[in-house]
Design a protein around this ligand. Structure first.
Ligand SMILES: [Fe+2]
Length: 142
């Protein structure tokens, strides 16, 4: 597949969230590359852990600000985050059982990469609009 990269079409017009999305996409891309290149198990576990940690950090940021601002679509948005967390866990289990197979690389592309791009373009863009309409500026670490 083509390299996964952040571009302007993925902007939610909230700087902090855009910066975190760039990092998340980078880590996802690293995992996809490691699996596609049949890197050793240590390297794959490392990139998978990196992705998983950063996912927690990033979803945590969005969820904190959804709660703090009584975002009306919070429950639905958090359910989607849980879906992605669950997928990472189950792909990690597939990797432990079967190693870096072609089907694992496909699953990463379809279940993680495509899912995330769609999530950013729809669900996160709506959250970004909400924050901007309320004049809320997020500060924090990317
Ligand atoms: Fe989100």
């Amino acid at each position: 597949m083509a390299k996964v990269e952040w571009d302007d079409s993925l902007s939610v017009n909230v700087d902090l969230i855009d910066e975190q999305h760039k990092m998340l996409i980078q880590r996802l891309s690293d995992l996809h590359e490691a699996v596609g290149a049949h890197k050793g198990p240590n390297e794959i576990v490392r990139t998978l852990n990196f992705l998983s940690e950063y996912t927690e950090f990033h979803f945590g940021t969005e969820e904190t600000h959804m709660k703090a601002n009584d975002y009306p679509e919070m429950a639905e948005h958090m359910k989607l985050h849980d879906e992605f967390r669950g997928t990472i866990t189950s792909l990690g289990e597939d990797f432990e059982e079967e190693g870096a197979t072609a089907s694992l690389a496909d699953s990463i592309e379809i279940l993680l990469v495509n899912w995330l791009l769609k999530h950013i373009r729809g669900t996160d863009v709506r959250f970004g609009q909400f924050l901007r309409e309320k004049g809320i500026v997020l500060v924090g670490e990317a």
